[in-house]
Design a protein around this ligand. Sequence first.
Ligand SMILES: Cc1cc2nc3c(=O)[nH]c(=O)nc-3n(C[C@H](O)[C@H](O)[C@H](O)COP(=O)(O)O)c2cc1C
Length: 190
Amino acid sequence: MNETISSILNRRSIRRYLPEQIRKEDLEQIVRAGLYAPSARNKQPWHLTVVCGHELLTRLTAEVKSATLRMPDNHYAAMVQKEGYSVAFGAPILVIVSGNSADAPMVRCDCSLVLGNIFLAAHSLGIGSCWVNQLGILSDEPGFRTVLESLNVPARNTVYGCAALGYPRGAHPAAPARRENTVNYVTANQ
Ligand SMILES: Cc1cc2nc3c(=O)[nH]c(=O)nc-3n(C[C@H](O)[C@H](O)[C@H](O)COP(=O)(O)O)c2cc1C
């Protein structure tokens, strides 16, 4: 099996991290891989906000927690109240991927592909990653908007997803079983 396919098959969502910061050169390569994602009509409508270090992420965790608890009826409320909750699972980097649907109707897909590239590039460098969804529902919450502004997330942007990045702690998780009957091949000679 070639290295790229092997990386795709072995990448897993990592939710336990060592506190060490990742190397700057590795972070830059991962971000660059994200920027080389395909995008509808090549609009590249994304913005990446790379939040670095535990000090900022601890503050962001507190803001995410407060904003989540201000939102009515959301399924993240229980999660953010758990002891030890950390928006990036204790990883030292969170990449916030945002965009604006007025600029690009397929922006959610485009941003998802950025995140896919980030996860695979990270894995290929021995760095763990996980999609973090919670910030998406907070994009329009007025108090959290000021937090996004303080991080220089563009004012009109919605957060479509985030990537936690860091060195994995503990054993590499096994791949969840694949659902069956999710593919059919169509050929002329059936
Ligand atoms: C759109 C999307 C949103 C996700 N949101 C979260 C999340 O908020 N928190 C989390 O721990 N994992 C999240 N994940 C990761 C999935 O739970 C994970 O990909 C899935 O369980 C399969 O595991 P694997 O990535 O190790 O193959 C998300 C994945 C996707 C594609």
